[in-house]
Design a protein around this ligand. Sequence first.
Ligand code: NAP
Length: 358
Amino acid sequence: MAESIWILGATGRTGRAAAGLLQQRGIAPVLVGRNAARLRALAEELGSDFVIANGLDDMVARIRHARPGVVLNTVGPFMVTANPLIDACIAAGSHYVDLGNDMGVVPAVLARDAEATPVGVALVTGAGFGGAASESVVVRLCDGMPPAAKVRTDMVPSIEIEEGTLGEAFAATLLTGMPGVPGGGRYQARRISNGRIRPAGIGSRRQKLTTPDGHEVSSGLMPLGELAAAQRASGAPEAEAASAEAPTGPLRALFPLAEVFLRFGPLRRALIRRLAATRVSTRPRPREYSWAHARVEWADGRVREGWLRLGDASEATVRFAAETSVRLAEGKGTPGAFTPAALFGPQLAEACGGRYFD
Ligand SMILES: NC(=O)c1ccc[n+]([C@@H]2O[C@H](COP(=O)([O-])OP(=O)(O)OC[C@H]3O[C@@H](n4cnc5c(N)ncnc54)[C@H](OP(=O)(O)O)[C@@H]3O)[C@@H](O)[C@H]2O)c1
């Protein structure tokens, strides 16, 4: 029998959609959130149990007490929430999944492999479109190959925006940046050169690509966790991870300024509150498909390049998160710390509706 799945942040965009997807698959997740009225309404709609937890400390205490089978964490910024929740999961023997996709979170979760393995717990980070999509392409391209010399990933998300507010998790993830993360500043991208993490400008090393369905896009470097995943999957000492959502033009110039001004906690927190409350109106997705691309080079001159096609990137995130959680609940994981395709192979993306193109 599958173990219980707790969804933290169940009343948020991803949490709610993941709960709905699990319910369609005949699984009733336990909904965990801080807003009792919204949680109750959702639990009633889905016929699920719920747990009211007021903030991170309360979530940690509840996990330690109830020892769920799997914890799906959708509460960002994951640089703040991942480690305390992982502490609780390791103590409780619960598997852990998150949607983290930055260089602060992904290497930090992977570094906990030696703690997770002896207690039989799987920790999976990067279980969203951002993270799992481009990693899946790299894992597929590197299958059966020796360590590579160079890897670059590009993600091209296409997202339909729902009317509402941007929300605290998203705003805080964006504006908190990556304080104290090695290899560069709080608002800088990263790349790997000679096996070492180095700083890079956000949006730099821009590259033009044509998707297999004919859309011209351009992508630039971001401090994505995909960098760590691609480096691990390929073994390459030179690695870059880029996104078509990386800012261009004058917006890029703001990041060095942010490094100075957003250092002040009170100002940063005020801006996070303001951004979180910003209303966005409905916008259809700009392209029919979201894409992930990777190019891998080997020292002997061999080059492999491939694409993964998915639908709406937010929907893909929900599918990656739900599929990963279900597999862990069914006992299909392995103890240790992983990114999704490292644990479940490139077929995971196909199970989430993805299709590869070479
Ligand atoms: N890797 C990827 O591709 C990917 C894709 C999508 C999202 N993400 C990341 O995943 C996270 C969630 O995204 P989303 O769009 O689902 O955000 P969202 O709609 O704002 O949902 C976040 C949830 O977290 C809860 N929450 C926020 N701060 C909390 C706190 N301090 N204590 C307790 N609960 C808290 C919210 O509670 P309330 O409902 O009470 O506000 C909400 O339920 C974000 O960090 C986002 O950047 C990653």
